[in-house]
Design a protein around this ligand. Structure first.
Ligand code: ATP
Length: 334
């Protein structure tokens, strides 16, 4: 039996016009999202990985309806968020919340934890924040903090605790989807696991879905049912984590895996190594990855590869996918 997805993203395009370099030249454009389609089922989690500049944060902002896409659709529970009147969009925000990367920068230092955590309710229900103390206390307990913490200020907490506070703020509206943009990358490695465990527990308890954006493949492996690999605004591979790590079909996925040595199932999480910044000056035709790809031939430079099925639930946009899958996939023996 197939059920309607919680989130249905279709053909998302986001172009930014760059400032004119000179009066005599037309302004340049960045195609931050280039035809992204993806679905998330209720209670399931999607990881988005890719280098800096691949469009991950743009995807998060557009899915959160913080910016309107140039074209394409973001439907949550069957409602196209970009077509909702402002009032309905404000009410719909109850169902999707965001957790940001920086637990230091994302919490207002002048506000108490109670006010910070109650903020989404204030926006939604417009009532006085003091009436929300019981609900704040309840979510603080859910994230492993104490009732008394609500009268403190952010500087009194460690990085991991601040991220728990940010998660509490996202949880307070009882959302169905939480978009988490690099939720643990600013934290010590020892604390990362605790926050990911908490996110997993909350998912089981409340049937939440996550979109988890990370440059760290180990993080998405831990928490996600499915992983999409982005390169220059496109999804170039999408699969269950075990397939992505053990049967990857795109050379860019291999390059990402090579950049972060790790072991599966061993808790061998590590911080990222040096990551190249992807260039947006991709040729209009051909595979955007061809210039960096060791397997590229003339066909790759001429024809854009579409996403195609490589196995059950496994998509890859590579003319050489079969050859990539036939390579010894030994990079994971970290
Ligand atoms: N408001 C904007 N105006 C112009 N260009 C933008 C804007 N936002 C993003 N971009 C460009 O869009 C591309 C994708 O950026 P985005 O921040 O989404 O990538 P990312 O994968 O999230 O990178 P990072 O991991 O560094 O956050 C980049 O080339 C970036 O410079």
């Amino acid at each position: 039996m197939s059920t309607a997805p919680l989130l249905d993203v279709r053909d998302l395009e986001q172009r930014y016009t760059l400032p004119r370099e000179s009066l005599f030249r037309p302004p340049g454009q960045v195609r931050a999202l280039n035809g992204v389609s993806v679905q998330v089922q209720a209670g399931e989690s999607l990881g988005i990985v890719g280098e800096s500049g691949s469009g991950k944060s743009t995807f998060a902002r557009v899915v959160m309806a913080l910016e309107r896409p140039t074209s394409g659709q973001v439907a949550l529970l069957g409602r196209d968020l970009n077509r909702l009147p402002p009032d309905e969009l404000r009410r719909a925000r109850r169902d999707f919340q965001m957790v940001f990367q920086d637990p230091y920068g994302s919490l207002d230092p002048r506000q108490t934890i109670a006010r910070i955590v109650a903020e989404p309710l204030t926006v939604l229900e417009g009532a006085d924040r003091t009436t929300f103390r019981d609900r704040v206390a309840a979510v603080l307990r859910q994230v492993g903090l104490r009732d008394a913490d609500m009268d403190k200020y952010p500087h009194e907490f460690s990085g991991g605790q601040r991220q728990r506070i940010a998660i509490a703020r996202a949880l307070i509206t009882q959302p169905k989807l939480i978009v988490a943009d690099e939720p643990v990358s600013a934290l010590d490695v020892s604390v990362q696991g605790q926050v990911l465990n908490l996110m997993q527990d909350l998912q089981e308890q409340f049937g939440l879905s996550y979109i988890l954006i990370s440059h760290d493949l180990a993080v998405v492996d831990y928490l996600c049912d499915e992983v999409a690999v982005m390169y220059l605004g496109r999804i170039v591979e999408q699969a269950r984590p075990e397939d992505l790590f053990e049967r990857y079909a795109h050379p860019y996925t291999r390059a990402l895996l090579d950049a972060v040595p790790r072991t599966r199932a061993g808790g061998g999480r590590r911080r990222r190594g040096a990551q190249a910044i992807a260039s947006q000056s991709a040729a209009a035709t051909g595979c955007p990855y061809a210039a960096r790809c060791p397997l590229a031939d003339q066909h790759c430079r001429d024809a854009l590869p579409e996403l195609r099925r490589m196995g059950e639930g496994h998509l890859a946009a590579c003319h050489k996918a079969e050859a990539v899958m036939a390579l010894p996939q030994t990079v994971m023996e970290g």
